[in-house]
Write a protein that binds this ligand. Structure first.
Ligand code: GRF
Length: 207
């Protein structure tokens, strides 16, 4: 298991289900010759994910692994991640829930980005719920993945104002802009050993 910092550039895998704008931000922040890290593998559960052509356009290996069921996806994904010597996995708009076992095996090496200020508004479609709740700000959180959904320790957050005229799409677009800065910044913190995974059971949180 990799512990950070590494004495060489890290190899990043990105798991994405959709258009892949966070993948593009990570690929631009960590190009092939970067001394800290490069994105070297993209895996999608969807054949039509924009993330796959976006990766191929940058000469990054891009693999579609169908979500037959959770085990049917996770087993080949783990094999590929092992074979390619991946050091850190970034979930970026990956719309599936991985098993607690997967999260445990990659503890400290598995990150996710969520478009709300966690622990507020975890789960699907946070923007509509933010607007219904009438809170004055929202944002994004990059966190280590643990066995729960959007419950792992937060590495960093960036906030944006919620404006009176916002609908979910307008708020999502404002948050997404911050996601593209937040994800590379959080990856840098992890790879430099400045953010480490401490399971909640060891912090006393949530007990
Ligand atoms: C992002 O808002 C991410 O936080 C959320 O899904 C969206 C994915 O966007 N979980 P993209 O595929 O990275 O463009």
């Amino acid at each position: 298991m990799s512990t950070f910092p590494l004495p060489r550039p890290a190899r990043l895998a990105v798991l994405a289900s959709g258009r892949g704008s966070n993948l593009r931000a990570l690929a631009e922040a960590f190009p092939p010759d970067d001394p800290l890290a490069s994105v070297t593998l993209v895996i999608s559960d969807r054949a039509d994910a924009g993330a796959l052509p976006a990766a191929r356009a940058r000469s990054i290996e891009a693999v579609h692994l169908p979500w037959t069921d959770r085990a049917g996806f996770e087993a080949p994904a783990e094999e590929l991640i092992g074979e390619r010597g991946i050091d850190l996995i970034c979930l970026a708009g990956f719309m599936r829930i991985l098993s607690p076992g997967f999260a445990e095996r990659f503890a400290g090496r598995l990150l996710n980005i969520h478009p709300s200020l966690l622990p507020a508004f975890p789960g699907l479609d946070p923007h509509s719920r933010v607007l219904r709740a009438g809170v004055p700000e929202s944002g994004c959180s990059v966190h280590f993945v643990d066995a729960g959904v959007d419950t792992g320790p937060v590495i960093l957050q960036r906030s944006v104002p919620v404006l009176p005229a916002d609908d979910p799409a307008a708020l999502a677009a404002r948050v997404l802009e911050q996601e593209h800065c937040a994800y590379p910044e959080a990856v840098r913190l992890v790879l430099r050993g400045e953010a480490r995974f401490v399971p909640r059971s060891e912090t006393g949180a949530g007990s």
